[in-house]
Design a protein around this ligand. Structure first.
Ligand code: TYM
Length: 326
């Protein structure tokens, strides 16, 4: 199967990004054709530091490698280096109903948060994402829950194109993890954990030190009851901690609930801290390993770009022909 997914080079990646995206990618990399992209053109739709963008891209590449993605098996590349993404996005704009873009949850959220910079890129963001996906005849898109709506729209856009110009695109499906598709903020468990939350205590970053992890989990918001039980509506804080434990340990939720039954909230937090610190240790270690290897990282991105471009150029030839443009 052809798999495509991506992450924006903004902020510090957190355990939500890991559970929702990267952890799933690891499972796919052995028996599928995978492209994992660093989507810098999406990242510039909100205010950002242009001088730091390159550094952020290197950092995200290191995370992909530290997580265990094998550049011999998968294509790792930077979106802006393969120009076909922007070309296809423009062409897809012409078959995308405006109403679909206005109803996107993420657009509404981001437009509200960026009132001073409510730019057209923010609205067209899902069209570029559809281009990323459709360009490679992607069948499966492993993402967290918040991106599901965008993948659905990519499917709608692909279908509309096929109906208008003839069978061209494979219609993709999203793949969400059964647990961890929506990790919540530690400070406000009714909100999702997010890279852009100004409150650093709300998220556990993949490179946080053991001390930082312990402190953040200790201060995680729970509730005033005493029972440890998975109930997303009534006990969002406890349910979030149980989810984190379940995903890191690989144990089913029923088993985790049984294990934790009768224990104090402090004991639950200690257990979550311990498993999180141990699970993120390889990230911290491998980051050190890769940090001084700029040339190697650049070589991986160059190779990825070359391999991605070969596929993208072929597909764009077909698209241009179908649309009657040279
Ligand atoms: P981004 O960079 O916001 O997030 C990267 C991935 O992390 C997932 N995620 C979460 N999963 C669980 N719990 C959370 N709290 C959480 N927060 C984020 C996201 O669902 C995502 O899978 N638009 C995309 C990037 C993109 C893309 C693509 C993805 C651009 N083109 C094509 C797939 C295919 C985004 O902003 O991801």
């Amino acid at each position: 199967m052809r798999i495509f997914s991506g992450i924006q080079p903004t902020g510090d990646l957190h355990i939500g990004n890991y559970f929702g995206a990267i952890k799933q990618w690891l499972d796919f990399q052995h028996e599928n054709e995978c492209l994992f992209c660093i989507v810098d053109l999406h990242a510039i739709t909100v205010p950002y530091d242009a001088k730091k963008l390159k550094e952020r891209i290197t950092e995200k590449t290191i995370i992909y490698l530290a997580a265990g993605l094998d550049p011999e098996k998968v294509i790792i590349f930077v979106q802006s280096r393969v120009k076909e993404h922007t070309e296809l996005a423009w062409l897809l704009n012409t078959v995308t109903p405006l109403g679909e873009l206005y109803r996107m949850t993420q657009f509404k959220d981001k437009a509200k948060k960026n009132k001073k910079n409510e730019n057209a890129g923010l609205l067209n963001y899902p069209v570029l994402m559809a281009a990323d996906i459709l360009l490679y005849d992607t069948q499966v898109v492993p993402v967290g829950e918040d991106q599901n709506q965008h993948v659905e729209l990519a499917r709608t856009i692909g279908k509309k194109f096929n109906q208008t110009f003839g069978e061209t695109f494979v219609l993709p499906k999203s793949k969400l993890p059964s647990f961890g598709a929506r990790i919540m903020s530690l400070s406000d468990p009714k909100k999702k954990m997010s890279k852009s939350d100004p409150d650093e205590k709300s998220r556990i970053s993949l490179f946080d030190s053991p001390k930082e992890i312990e402190k953040k989990i200790k201060s995680a918001v729970t509730d005033t009851q005493k029972t440890i039980k998975y109930d997303k509506e009534k006990k969002p804080g406890i349910s979030n901690l149980l989810t984190i434990y379940s995903v890191f340990s690989g144990e089913k939720m029923e088993k985790v609930e049984k294990e934790m039954k009768g224990k104090s909230y402090k004991a639950l937090k200690d257990a979550v801290s311990e498993i999180t610190i141990a699970s993120l240790e390889p990230f911290r270690r491998k980051r050190e390993e890769f940090f001084s290897r700029d040339v190697y990282i650049e070589e991986i991105l160059k190779q990825g770009e070359k391999r991605a471009r070969t596929l993208a150029e072929a597909k764009m030839g077909e698209v241009r022909k179908k649309m009657g443009i040279s």
